[in-house]
Design a protein around this ligand. Structure first.
Ligand code: GRF
Length: 213
């Protein structure tokens, strides 16, 4: 079977630490897939810099060149298709995906979210807002979710989750840092499972199949 080819999509000024975690897993031989390109809708994304450093193709796609979100998504889909990408990983991509992209990559787009969905997700729940909301709620546990993307923010079938305890003295920064460490491990694991064909989506549930004997 051909090796899975992964494309990473980022936006904003993303630090790119999740991309880095995927690169590192790949370099350790733990990803089970090849990273082929990083596309950013911001020229300043730290992720582009990281990609170049590791000799990955790094592309800036300027959203201003497109009249609609659908046109942008068509260009993104075509860029990924031209490179035979089998899985798109969103890593700090804040734009809403349209059906144009999702229908061309059904259950082949993953997102990582720094909380346990369906709690603390949806519009406006990104970055520090998530951790601030978790602390304000008094929740004792938060975590990380890797899910397949659909046409709603933070909504598609959940592939993997990891629980992180909220400590009594946590502020948004300390909590974010502990959650981020778990993000890095969970994303690489999710890609690996996907690459092995072990994530089976059944409606909203994702079954994790045992490894082949
Ligand atoms: C991460 O917290 C991720 O969960 C969210 O966006 C952030 C991206 O961080 N979707 P980084 O750019 O990968 O460091």
């Amino acid at each position: 079977m051909a090796r899975l080819r992964v494309g990473v999509l980022v936006s904003g000024k993303g630090r790119g630490t999740n991309l880095q975690a995927l690169i590192d897993a790949r370099e350790r031989g733990e990803l089970g897939a090849d990273l082929v390109l990083v596309v950013s809708t911001s020229a300043e994304a730290g992720a582009l810099e990281r990609a170049r450093k590791h000799s990955l193709e790094a592309l800036f796609v300027d959203p201003k060149q497109f009249a609609t979100a659908e046109e942008l998504d068509l260009a993104l889909a075509q860029t990924m298709e031209q490179r035979q990408v089998g899985l798109i990983c969103l890593a700090g991509y804040m734009r809403m995906l349209t059906a144009t992209l999702i229908r061309r990559f059904p259950n082949r787009i993953m997102n990582i979210h720094p909380a346990l969905l369906p709690a603390f997700g949806g519009k406006g729940m990104y970055g520090h807002h998530v951790h601030e909301a978790v602390i304000a709620s008094g929740a004792k546990y938060t975590g990380v979710t890797v899910h397949f993307a659909d046409e709603e923010y933070d909504h598609g079938p959940i592939a993997l989750q990891k629980v992180v305890e909220v400590l009594p003295d946590d502020d948004a920064d300390s909590l974010a840092a502990r959650v981020l460490r778990e993000e890095h491990k969970l994303y690489a694991r999710a890609v690996h499972l996907f690459a092995e064909g072990r994530l089976q989506v059944e409606d909203r549930r994702v079954r994790i199949l045992p490894s082949a004997p």
